[in-house]
Design a protein around this ligand. Structure first.
Ligand code: KDG
Ligand code: MG
Length: 402
């Protein structure tokens, strides 16, 4: 079998997505997700202009060799654009291999290690009471684990809080919007949110919270300590994690489990965090971290240090990533939890898929390959529209982490 075509499809069914479709001379094709929120066209060009021409004529069964060719062969290693492009190729090649061998991808990764993949959903509200109601709604839907975010009194807009009556979606059409931030108000507010949730729903539900990179290590240590009575499953992205040793300080002060990694793109962003056991969950994804092939290595390394996975799964990762993530999640031993943020019905229509949800768990399905596709005709009806993530400023105008 040889690769005959590698096509990049950019579409916007509800939000922007970049998809790679690799075709072969035997009629089998595979799909991969290359979406990088707010920087979509950079990855599209990287794939179209620099990667696709190098794939034509290669044997798609040589997944590891092609991965190394694209990683080592580019000379310029790592970075979100490069690693998302490599990931898209990697997903598409695993999809092709599964279809060619007539088996779901998880069988090629060692087989199933569990029956289902536990996911956490998002409960977002403008204030504590709205978030509490949303937690209840998700528990009723069967979720065992729920992430809770709420608006902060005195802060006009913040991460995770829907603007109107619709669902929360971080990217906004047009140029980047600006949000305001106040750490002190946040730190006073967040323990009250979790106290109320535990008062209403008791000890059973697994609760998570995303700090979204907004604290310094000592502030994160304080938040972790203040949240200890509510026994969270994790706090996520307590600090911007370029400085891996910053986690040592947080770790010395709190037993609240720590999760990080949605902006990481290779093991080299996390090796110290894992080796020194400074975190509990590594949240890199098969999309932004080089595909299933690289994530297998990350998970194996993490397994030695008691670190489990917790893959990022926001709406800016397409159903192709969700499918690939589920095959990965179900196959590894040190799986922790998978994020789930439902896509819009337009997105689901453009990306037909076989994965399914029941009782708090997702199932990848037994279709050969990844069990997901792109309907190109429908995709063509949703052209790309520029959209960006917000930029954050402190109340005095200083640019801050979003
Ligand atoms: O593109 C950025 C989003 O994926 C991110 O803001 C979502 O933090 C996020 C999460 O945990 O889902
Ligand atoms: Mg996050």
């Amino acid at each position: 079998m040889i690769i005959t075509k590698a096509k990049v499809i950019v579409c916007s069914p509800g939000r922007n997505f970049v998809t790679l479709k690799i075709e072969t001379d035997q009629g089998i094709y595979g799909v991969g997700d290359a979406t990088l929120n707010g920087r979509e066209l950079a990855v599209a060009s990287y794939l179209e202009d620099h990667v696709a021409p190098c794939l034509i004529g290669r044997d798609p069964s040589h997944i590891e060799d092609i991965w190394q060719y694209l990683y080592k062969g580019a000379y310029w290693r790592r970075g979100p654009v490069t690693m998302s492009a490599i990931a898209a190729v990697d997903m598409a090649l695993w999809d092709i291999k599964g279809k060619a061998l007539n088996t779901p991808v998880y069988n090629l990764l060692g087989g199933r290690s569990r029956t289902g993949v536990m996911v956490y959903s998002h409960a977002n509200g403008k204030d504590i009471e709205q978030t509490v109601d949303e937690v209840g709604r998700h528990l009723e839907m069967g979720y065992k684990a729920v992430r809770a975010q709420s608006g902060i009194p005195g802060v006009s807009t913040t991460y995770g809080v829907p603007k109107g009556s619709g669902k929360y979606e971080p990217a906004e059409k047009g140029l980047p919007p600006e949000h305001a931030w106040n750490t002190e108000k946040y730190m006073r507010h967040v323990p009250k949110l979790f106290q109320r949730i535990r008062d209403v729903y008791g000890d059973e539900p697994l609760l998570l919270h995303d700090c979204h990179h907004r604290l310094t290590p000592i502030e994160a240590a304080r938040v972790g300590k203040d949240l200890e009575p509510y026994r969270l499953f994790w706090i996520e992205d307590p600090v911007p994690a370029e400085l891996q040793e910053g986690f040592r300080l947080i770790r010395e002060h709190t037993t609240t489990p720590l999760a990080v990694g949605e902006v990481f793109n290779s093991i080299w962003d996390a090796h110290e965090l894992i080796r020194e056991q400074l975190i509990d969950y590594i949240r890199m994804t098969v999309l932004h971290a080089g595909g299933i092939s690289h994530m297998k290595k990350v998970a194996s390394f993490a397994e030695m240090y008691h670190v489990r996975t917790g893959s990022h799964g926001a709406t800016d990762l397409s159903p192709v990533t969700m499918a690939a993530a589920l095959h990965f999640d179900i196959s590894i031993n040190n799986f922790g939890i998978q994020e789930h943020m439902p896509h819009t019905s337009e997105t689901d229509e453009v990306f037909p898929h076989y994965y399914s949800f029941e009782g708090g768990y997702f199932y990848p399905g037994d279709t050969p390959g990844l069990g997901v596709d792109i309907d190109e005709e429908k995709a063509a009806g949703y052209p790309y529209e520029p959209a960006y993530l917000p930029v954050n400023r402190k109340e005095d105008g200083t640019i801050y982490n979003w």
